[in-house]
Design a binder for this molecule. Structure first.
Ligand code: SF4
Ligand code: SF4
Ligand code: SF4
Length: 258
């Protein structure tokens, strides 16, 4: 890659806490410094004032698509970018924002008499892919920095990034962790998409499936395991995995419309 012009990258944010951008600013170490030798950051709201309307090589999009008013901006980014990468749960699946898709009157509950303010005019919280074509996803809440570096590095070398579809349990077992169910706890690792290296169960913390579902998650069996092994009530077992998979579950409001 010596002598090649730097790849132009830009970061854009939509409905989110911008925690994934913050996570980017926390990036460090040799892998990231090496990456900076090959990319030129032309827009990144959390870290610089410059913006761009020009063509970019890679657009990183954070946050969910929850206002029709954002569609034009998303389409403009898509038109200008060779590659679009959604990063963070909000952008990849709708993330935690999509919890509102399962609720009525959420605006009134949060904002009371101010619920009708125009800037609160939002619809279902959706992944970025509901508005534009997304080429790759970097999952997690916040997104996984190592995976981010790996995906970008693959693209810079002209390779297709490989993103796991199997569950976190695979990585957990490879790390030889004792299963939290064996310790009297609970965990969503059997339905969560791998790629993070199972850091939560390794620390004794239940996986909350922040990377979304693995392919073909057996949600009904998860509910049974949560009830039979972890003593969850029927209702709690049913809703436990909703936090990061609200748009992906069998009871997702969007699925009614398919
Ligand atoms: S994925 Fe998590 S950390 Fe990233 S923007 Fe969304 S809520 Fe914030
Ligand atoms: S602790 Fe969680 S991720 Fe690890 S094996 Fe058990 S269910 Fe799977
Ligand atoms: S173990 Fe689960 S909650 Fe933790 S980072 Fe991985 S997918 Fe997210």
């Amino acid at each position: 890659m010596e002598g090649k012009p730097k790849v132009k990258v830009a970061y854009f944010d939509f409905a989110c806490c911008e925690g994934c951008q913050i996570e980017m600013t926390n990036f460090g170490g040799p892998a990231f410094l090496e990456l900076l030798n090959h990319v030129e950051i032309v827009e990144f709201r959390e870290a610089m004032t410059e913006t761009t309307d020009e063509t970019i090589d890679i657009a990183f999009i954070e946050g969910s698509f929850t206002r029709e008013a954002d569609r034009k901006r998303l389409e403009s980014i898509r038109e200008r970018a060779n590659i679009v990468i959604a990063y963070g749960a909000c952008a990849c699946t709708g993330g935690i924002n999509a919890l509102k898709n399962h609720q009525n009157d959420y605006k009134e509950a949060v904002y009371g008499k101010d619920a009708d303010m125009p800037h609160l005019d939002s619809q279902l919280a959706l992944p970025v892919s509901a508005a534009i074509k997304v080429d790759y996803e970097v999952n997690g809440c916040p997104m996984n920095k190592d995976e981010f570096a790996r995906i970008v590095s693959h693209l810079l070398h002209g390779k297709t990034p490989v993103i796991p579809k199997y569950p976190v349990c695979v990585e957990c077992k490879l790390s030889e962790n004792v299963c939290l169910y064996e310790l009297g706890g609970h965990c969503l690792g059997m339905v969560a998409k791998a790629g993070c290296g199972a850091p939560c169960p390794a620390q004794g913390i239940p996986c909350e499936a922040c990377r979304g579902f693995a392919s073909n998650p057996n949600e009904k069996t998860l509910e049974k395991v949560l009830k039979d092994r972890a003593g969850f009530s029927e209702e709690r077992a049913k809703t436990k995995s909703r936090m990061f998979t609200a748009n992906c579950r069998y009871d997702a409001p969007l699925k009614d419309k398919e």
